[in-house]
Design a protein around this ligand. Sequence first.
Ligand code: KG4
Ligand code: ZN
Length: 342
Amino acid sequence: TTEPLVLGIESSCDETGVAFVRGNTLLTDAVASSVDLHARFGGVVPEVASRAHLEAMIPMMSRAAAEAGHALSDVDAVAVTSGPGLAGALMVGVAAAKAVAWALDKPLYGVNHLAAHVCADVLDHGPLPSPTVALLVSGGHTDLLLVNDIATDITALGRTIDDAAGEAFDKVARVLGLPYPGGPEIDRLAVDGSPTAIAFPRGLTARKDLERHRYDFSFSGLKTAVVRYVQEQQRDGAQLNLPDIAASFSEAVADVLTRKAIDACQEYGIRNLQIGGGVTANRWLRAMAEERCAAAGIELRVPRIRLCTDNGAMVAALGSQIVQRGLPPSALDLGTDSSLPV
Ligand code: KG4
Ligand code: ZN
């Protein structure tokens, strides 16, 4: 017997994602992004994102179905992100998923966006080893998770207490006069800079902070330090060395992220680290994670970049895991939860 065909729908932020997954195999993945509409605002505007989802949802469904060589009526189950995320944006995806599930009389599964990010890795590397420590770094999230079972047992070890890592990249880029989203811009500049040129702070790594915030992150102090540095340079009439600032900032972010993730692996005796989310595209972070994991004897899993950013594939992948475990579906009065915990 063939495994069930799962439709996955994602709309928690600015990407409208629709995908088909069978078992652990990705058949097709259609994504429309409204990022360009938000660029002039310097960040995602919720209302604009919701409208864009409304317009893109059916086109993405028909594109995904056509590319998969399936009719929508072939699906055996529908999975959708029900939180966390932007309330209005989530509603568009959940409403669409319910319509399909109800019309086809197929089970509906509301899934957690953070767990779905981790689950994306299954599509590239097969089942996650248990347990795994997962680091999720995006424009909206920075979470360190202890994953015993992707569908039923995830514990949050820590999270950002202010800005998400990607948000920090975007805000610092803005200070440097770079376009939104600034992460890729800073990443490019950093290639020609020195990571030790400027000593930027590492949030929540002092001994007193570690007592209460062992696995939490903070990036707002780092952002402020960059702002202050830029102001001082400008006051002194100095030419800003953008590559050095970019490299030193990237180093500070990657240092804290990888250090805490590896500390968690060591404290819990776990030899597997999975990294996901849009910031995973960052060269500095990937290089440092590879180097430090190798030194610590930890196996690092990072899916291809396309699966790190928001997409429907990760949602379908998690739906597929839930179906494989025979867990109960969601009711058709499923709601959304902007701050859904893992
Ligand atoms: O996962 P994602 O596509 O969307 C969500 O936030 O859910 O992540 C987007 C974030 C943005 O903040 C962007 O600046 C950042 O990821 N980003 C990067 C890089 N590519 C994207 N940050 C640093 N270096 C990069 N190469
Ligand atoms: Zn995301």
